[in-house]
Design a protein around this ligand. Structure first.
Ligand code: SF4
Length: 292
């Protein structure tokens, strides 16, 4: 068996920046304690647990918090919640990814210019919640069928999305919107890190008999990689969080095993999975390209 390491994969620059920022906070020891993180810095429990072990408490509301520092996660936070934190006199460390901030700013700008903003996202995702809470007039599109139920819009229309949506589904939605409305201005949407990981899966997964997607089930971009692998690349995909999940996966009769990982999955987890497979299925070479 050969393992095809699908590249790019793993930590994106936004996640790396957020992790460095929080490590700096913990190392410097100069921020007002206790340290709280409002939600998960990134959607990976291994990453979040490592911060909890170093003294950061994960919270989901600031209601009972009276003092200390609140870390805003890479997904961003609504202006109302940020205001509430400041009004309580709490410190803020903002680890919002720059790509997310760009979209937040763009949505506000376009609304001020009189556009109707259509936003493709998942309503329970922190990034989407920050946008919708801050700008309740934004119209959320969660799936292509939602386009059928959109009202007649007289204003100019601006379309953007959550950074971790499927780039391919987004194109389908945009095409459908273009049939329904005369003119749509498209802004930045899915970030390059997401897009490049999805394109790599679409291109390389068909060369594999099976793909392992390593990441946390709560990670939206990880689940999108699995979905693209199965639905667009037509290759069977299994999501695993770590080596413990390998016990239930049979790799007998697999010639080429594809491996990719979400933008919030630490490289160490991927390395452990590869080493375990190499040990259990020798000889097993790791490749990054399939010679046709
Ligand atoms: S997936 Fe994109 S938007 Fe999200 S943290 Fe990474 S770079 Fe930023």
């Amino acid at each position: 068996m050969k393992i095809l390491k699908i590249i790019p994969q793993g930590f994106c620059h936004g996640v790396l920046r957020a992790i460095h920022q929080i490590n700096h906070v913990l190392d410097e020891n100069q921020y007002q304690k206790p340290l709280y993180m409002l939600g998960s810095l990134v959607h990976n429990r291994h990453v979040v647990q490592s911060f909890e072990e170093r003294g950061i408490e994960i919270i989901h509301s600031i209601d009972s918090i009276q003092a200390g520092t609140i870390i805003i996660t890479a997904h961003g936070l609504s202006v109302q919640k940020q205001k509430a934190i400041k009004e309580k006199g709490l410190n803020i460390i903002d680890a919002t990814c720059d790509e997310v901030k760009k979209i937040q700013n763009l949505v506000q700008k376009k609304l001020q210019e009189g556009y109707t903003v259509l936003y493709y996202g998942k309503k329970n995702h922190a990034e989407c919640q920050a946008i919708i809470e801050s700008n309740p007039e934004v119209i959320l599109i969660e799936k292509i069928e939602d386009v059928d139920h959109l009202p007649t819009i007289q204003n100019k229309i601006f379309f953007t999305s959550q950074t971790t949506m499927s780039y391919f589904d987004l194109q389908d939605i945009l095409n459908k919107l273009s049939l329904k409305y005369n003119e749509i201005e498209k802004g930045i949407d899915v970030c390059n890190a997401t897009k490049h990981r999805q394109e790599a899966v679409l291109e390389q997964a068909p060369l594999c008999d099976l793909c392992l997607i390593i990441g946390d089930p709560s990670s939206h971009n990880t689940m999108k990689l699995k979905e693209i692998c199965e639905e667009k690349a037509h290759t069977k995909a299994i999501l695993i969080e770590n080596i413990a999940d390998l016990a239930s996966v049979s790799l007998n009769h697999i010639s080429i095993l594809g491996i990719t990982s979400g933008a919030s999955t630490p490289k160490s987890l991927v390395d452990e999975v590869i080493q375990t497979i190499q040990k259990n299925y020798p000889p097993c070479e790791v490749i990054t390209k399939v010679n046709m």
